[in-house]
Design a protein around this ligand. Structure first.
Ligand code: RB5
Length: 150
């Protein structure tokens, strides 16, 4: 199950997100928003992020105007590693190296075709583990409030 969430600025990308999920045969749960009425992006970033952090959803896709605000908000939820992406290379690396479990896109930054390409790349990629697992483990320590310093 893929969590999706957005604010009023990100909603324009939602049909493209759903198109890719359907194309890839991935079920999704839409946490809103559902109209262009102005809302606050942290609310929807949190809803999708908590679904991922709890295990209800394996991954999450969130959108706002830039991807920045909703991505930053999602990253405040323990267990979430949200990559804010505007290109396919970053999206691929965020899965292979960083095991990103969420991706944030900016509807005012990327066009629909670029967004779809980014999502196909991100959803089709796998974490490489190995040395990257150690580093993701260090991120998890920071997430828990621990330090990496001796
Ligand atoms: C809303 O105007 C806009 O600030 C929001 O969608 C997002 O871009 C914030 O990071």
């Amino acid at each position: 199950m893929i969590a999706i969430g957005c604010d009023h600025a990100g909603i324009d990308l939602k049909p493209s997100v759903i198109e890719v999920l359907k194309e890839m045969g991935l079920p999704y749960k839409d946490f809103g928003t559902f109209s262009h009425d102005r809302v606050d992006y942290p609310v929807y970033g949190e809803l999708a992020a908590r679904a991922v952090a709890s295990g209800e959803c394996e991954r999450g896709i969130i959108m706002c105007g830039t991807g920045q605000g909703i991505g930053i908000a999602a990253n405040k939820v323990h267990g979430v590693r949200c990559a804010i992406c505007a290109d396919c290379y970053s999206a691929l690396m965020s899965r292979e190296h960083n095991d990103a479990n969420m991706i944030a896109l900016g509807a005012r930054v990327v066009g629909t075709e670029v967004a779809k390409m980014i999502l196909r790349t991100w959803l089709g990629a796998a974490f490489e583990g190995d040395r990257h697992a150690r580093r993701v483990g260090q991120i998890t320590k920071l997430d828990k409030g621990e330090t990496l310093q001796p």
